[in-house]
Design a protein around this ligand. Sequence first.
Ligand SMILES: Cc1cc2nc3c(=O)[nH]c(=O)nc-3n(C[C@H](O)[C@H](O)[C@H](O)COP(=O)(O)OP(=O)(O)OC[C@H]3O[C@@H](n4cnc5c(N)ncnc54)[C@H](O)[C@@H]3O)c2cc1C
Length: 406
Amino acid sequence: MSESRSRPGALVIGAGIGGLTAAVALHQRGWRVTVLERAPAVEAVGAGMGMTPNSLRALDTIGLGDTVRSMRTWSDEGGLRTPSGRWLSRTNQEAAAARFGGPFVPLHRATLISLLHSRLPEGAVRTDTAADVADPGGEDRRARVRSGAQEWEADLVVAADGIHSPARSVLFPGQPGPRYAGFTAWRLVVPAPDVAYPPHETWGRGALWGTQPLHDGHVYAYAAAAVPAGQRTPDGELAELRRRFGTWHEPVPAILRAAGPGDVLRSDVHQAAAPLPAFHRGRVALLGDAAHAMPPTLGQGGNQAVEDAVVLAHHATPGTDVPAALDAYTNDRLPRTGEVVRRAIRVGRLVTLTSAPACALRNAAVAVVNRLGPHLELRALDGIADWSPPGHQGAVGVNGTRKAGS
Ligand SMILES: Cc1cc2nc3c(=O)[nH]c(=O)nc-3n(C[C@H](O)[C@H](O)[C@H](O)COP(=O)(O)OP(=O)(O)OC[C@H]3O[C@@H](n4cnc5c(N)ncnc54)[C@H](O)[C@@H]3O)c2cc1C
């Protein structure tokens, strides 16, 4: 790919988790890759995120799985709680590794972004470059991408331009945009408080809080509440969090004491209003939130973007029939991500119940189901976290050791 329109290559629109993973995977396959990013710098908007065994195996294919696994922290028992601190169900890393062939790793989003960025050749990412698909191309013509007065041709375009994807509107103009998922979310990363804090997610009435220790002495916390879209708090979001969650069990109050007003990021959560008919048109592949925006209730949006990226690179070798490769990509990814979106929406309904009787019933059911078969929170990821990319060699244990033949 080049401005001279003569050199073949791949263009990636968007330097988020999905776009950068795709760029690294395609680069390693032999593509000449250029990433166009609208923002002035490659930086992560957001706080922390949980990487699950499925995407860690995807990262193995680009040589980053073990680097991320080495940042795992969760050795204590953790699980689901009520605001008073009562445990509804408990689990741990060993159970996760036994079930899914690898650990869960919470990390700062910026850590992953900078790891991916470091695997690209210098100059591969152009910032301050908001791009649009001018022509998706086809069997006998390249795709065209535009940014202001500049235009490029490419054999392959990866549109990883996020939930409000301009590329998606060009490829599928009749498709409805994302819709509000019914809840807003807060995220923060602060120095770890001086109290015991096993990882937990706590479900209240129309609200939840999650705490995940990070490998570097910080803690990632997230919260959500079922409120109308577009609300912001005049005296600041930290004050809002203290009002809503300040009386919940430790470590929630300790984290709120450790936080400063600038630490809290708030975003209304949106999800795809309807599934796309395909994840590609011509020579353009949609990937990540651009293809299948989902609520974060299973912590899978970024993980699925990573899966998309390595599956795309698996099918699209340089010199291949790109439209045929993208057909194979759609066939692999559309059914799987559609199921993950549906499950995430179902869990979203459960965690944002607001009536007291419904919440009591939910909590009782969770406790009973967990007694019948433990590790309930892990079972929510059955069929998701056990995924392996094409050609992956074996599951990876909690300590990073590879289990032959799995
Ligand atoms: C509260 C919350 C918690 C979450 N927790 C988790 C979690 O624990 N685990 C998980 O897996 N996922 C989680 N997610 C979801 C995850 O953040 C997203 O699914 C993931 O970031 C999607 O990555 P992406 O690369 O597809 O899009 P994005 O990260 O949105 O990146 C898109 C990029 O494209 C750029 N861009 C946009 N338009 C253009 C343009 N026209 N030209 C050039 N560049 C453009 C943007 O600037 C951005 O850099 C969470 C989400 C929320 C809201």
